[in-house]
Design a protein around this ligand. Structure first.
Ligand code: BES
Ligand code: ZN
Length: 648
């Protein structure tokens, strides 16, 4: 039926390229809806890519990539191949191998109503077509791309470019069948200015080339959202047998300290769920505008420089992205409705790695903080336009798949697995999860299939009764959810409470300790004063969150003077503090807030700060955004633009 639709669709419309017949609009909608993946136009069952060979020229002068995408296809007798594009200019399409290409007709359908999916690119094929070559260039609407002028990099002397593909932005820099359900291998020839280095989510060289030419190969099949490229003034530093990092030379020393434990993380991960399948695992430290904390591009995780804090306090982000090498990259959500299978498993696995390295105390702290955030999210979702978004399995039809990036997928997903682990015992659970990864390696999976696998391999064999269907298909949090308790966090709540009751928690205390020096008893004076260094980031987050919703400026000032959060360099604490200050009109630190918003582009930080500022001082929020928006990645820029529209 679907195939039949395409034929009718094409019959009247195969005209030469850039004209857009009006009748395309309705047909386009039909195409998107008729597929099981609501977020791709591609006709995968009729014809799909197995290998992609890219030829890319990266031009920093006009901020354009000129490319040829050569698709090797598995063709089930299709007369049309449909690709996804968004913000691309298509020059021509040919069929056949490189020395033997023939131009073919193509049509570009209209953009969907909300401009989420982009446009279908329909290419005429015949039953013998195995090679489709698309000649194209990117545009200013290529939202995956972040072109940074040199002043926004660490060196301040060389420009930078990186891509962000997940969830459906790969189609904005490569014409591709952009559905996570299809895995492909890829190779790429990339040309960049001679003084810059190119790296990809593939096997990378460790040194700059002399002529600006780079060749990449990803030999294991991956979903399209994991194709990634970065170009900048990069150097490489090894950390262990198969781990290391790329960064701008200025950051190398700080990174070397921050990422010291990466080889141990790898050992811990392999101990828990078996051999790492991607040979090399490197990090790439991006400029501050990167909209995420980390992105699990295979062989080369992209990370935000805000995780370099000088005290290794945010390295759980690295554990998270490493965990994706199993959950997500090895076993992939088939559609974005199954996103929890990627992120829920990854948060669970991240905490297991952290437990292995730093103890249960630390992993419980991480879990407890996340649980607090989950409860907040549950409230927000319950009062929103889409209360059904608190289900693990989502329905994101006609919506942006990014809407699924909430604590439901991440934290409810992880707590589902933690609760299940508690029920069956860690030993059995680990055997089950490891075999799940092995069985589905380099495949995709949806929620239904996972349930069947779980039923067969863990629950019915053991005759365990478990409410997994409630967890996956019902709103809210089931009552049997595991409880995580942390004494260290509870103490911070007490501290915040003491402070708000007027207790002088910052008062200097002097006490004397007996010590022996050269065989004689002496008294040593010890001055105790509550300092920021006394506690880790999650403890301070808990402290700030436990302060009363409405708190006086005088009290905020006391905290400000004693703990210096505003300049502490830890963006998690700073975000929490800035939001609290804004909500309570503590305007003395507006300067610091503005500096932060102009420097950091991670969406997780920008959103709460802009939200709070937009409530108390929309004019300032809009003014800062106007001055900074050009240096944010489109992902963050669009989210902030959206939230600033909200009238208070
Ligand atoms: N894959 C995600 C980032 C992502 C998700 C990008 C959906 C686009 C669409 C990545 O692994 C992630 O979860 N990053 C988190 C890190 C955190 C949970 C440790 C982030 O950036 O906040
Ligand atoms: Zn993740």
């Amino acid at each position: 039926m679907k195939y039949y639709c395409y034929i009718i669709f094409l019959a009247g419309l195969l005209i030469s390229c850039d004209q857009k017949p009006s009748s395309l609009e309705t047909s386009t909608e039909k195409l998107a809806d008729s597929s099981f993946d609501n977020h791709s136009y591609s006709n995968l069952s009729a014809i799909h890519t197995t290998h992609l060979d890219l030829e890319l020229e990266v031009n920093f002068e006009n901020k354009t990539i000129y490319g040829v995408a050569r698709h090797t296809m598995k063709n089930n007798n299709a007369d049309t191949a449909i690709f996804d594009i968004n913000g691309l200019l298509i020059q021509k399409v040919t069929l056949g191998t490189k020395s033997n290409e023939k131009e073919t007709d193509f049509v570009i359908g209209n953009m969907d109503k909300d401009s989420i999916l982009g446009q279908p690119l329909l290419v005429r094929t015949d039953s013998s077509t195995e090679q489709i070559n698309i000649y194209y260039q990117t545009t200013e609407y290529s939202n995956a791309l972040d072109w940074l002028d040199s002043n926004l990099t660490s060196s301040k002397t060389k420009p930078f470019l990186y891509t962000q593909g997940q969830a459906i932005l790969t189609r904005t820099w490569i014409p591709i069948q952009d559905s996570p359900s299809n895995r492909i291998t890829y190779s790429a020839k990339v040309t960049v200015p001679k003084d810059l280095m190119a790296v990809m989510s593939a096997k990378n060289t460790k040194n700059k080339s002399v002529d600006g030419h780079y060749f990449f190969e990803m030999k294991k099949p991956i979903p399209s959202y994991l194709i990634a490229l970065a170009v900048g003034d990069l150097s490489y530093q090894s950390l262990g047998p198969n781990t290391g990092f790329y960064c701008e030379p200025e950051l190398a020393k700080a990174c070397l300290y921050e990422f010291q434990d990466l080889p141990k993380m790898m050992q811990a991960a392999e101990k828990i769920y078996g051999k790492y399948q991607w040979d090399q695992y490197d990090l790439l430290v991006l400029p501050y505008s990167f909209p995420f904390g980390g992105m699990e591009n295979p062989m080369l995780t992209f990370v935000n420089p805000t995780i370099i804090t000088g005290d290794r306090s945010l390295t759980s982000v690295v554990a998270h992205e490493l965990a994706h090498s199993w959950s997500g990259n090895l076993v992939t959500n088939r559609t974005w409705n199954d996103f929890w299978l990627n992120e829920g498993f990854t948060v669970y696995f991240e905490q297991r790695i952290m437990e292995e390295l730093y103890g249960k105390d630390v992993s419980d702290i991480l879990a407890a903080v996340e649980f607090y955030e989950l409860q907040d999210e549950l409230k927000t979702i319950a009062n929103s336009k889409y209360p059904e978004d608190s289900r693990l399995f989502l329905d994101l039809k006609n919506r942006n798949p990014d809407d699924g990036m909430t604590d439901i997928a991440y934290v409810k997903g992880a707590f589902f697995l933690k609760t299940l682990e508690q029920k069956v015992g860690r030993k059995k659970f680990d055997v089950f999860i490891q075999s799940y990864f092995e069985k589905h390696a380099f495949k995709t999976i949806n929620s239904d299939e996972f349930i069947r696998y779980l039923d067969k391999n863990l629950l019915s064999n053991e005759e365990v009764k478990f409410n997994h269907l409630d967890w996956i298909y019902k709103e809210g949090l089931p009552k049997n959810c595991i409880q995580i308790q942390s004494n260290r966090l509870d103490n911070m709540k007490i501290l915040a409470n003491d402070f708000s009751q007027g207790k002088a928690i910052f008062k200097t205390k002097i006490r004397y300790e007996k010590i022996r020096v050269k065989g004689k008893n002496r008294r040593k004076k010890i001055i105790e004063h509550l300092k920021r260094e006394d506690h880790i980031v999650q403890e301070w987050q808990t402290f700030i969150r436990a302060l009363p919703k409405s708190i006086s400026k005088e009290q905020l000032k006391i905290i400000d003077i004693n703990l210096g959060f505003k300049k502490c360099g830890n963006s998690e604490i700073m975000t929490e503090w800035f939001t609290k200050a804004l909500e309570n009109n503590y305007t003395e630190i507006n300067g610091e807030i503005e500096r932060f918003l102009k420097k950091v582009g991670r969406r997780k930080y920008l959103v709460p700060i802009y939200k709070a500022m937009n409530k108390v001082n929309p004019q300032l929020a809009n003014q800062i955004f106007e001055n900074s928006k050009n240096q944010y990645h489109a992902v963050s820029r669009n989210s902030i633009e959206e939230l600033l529209k909200e009238v208070n």
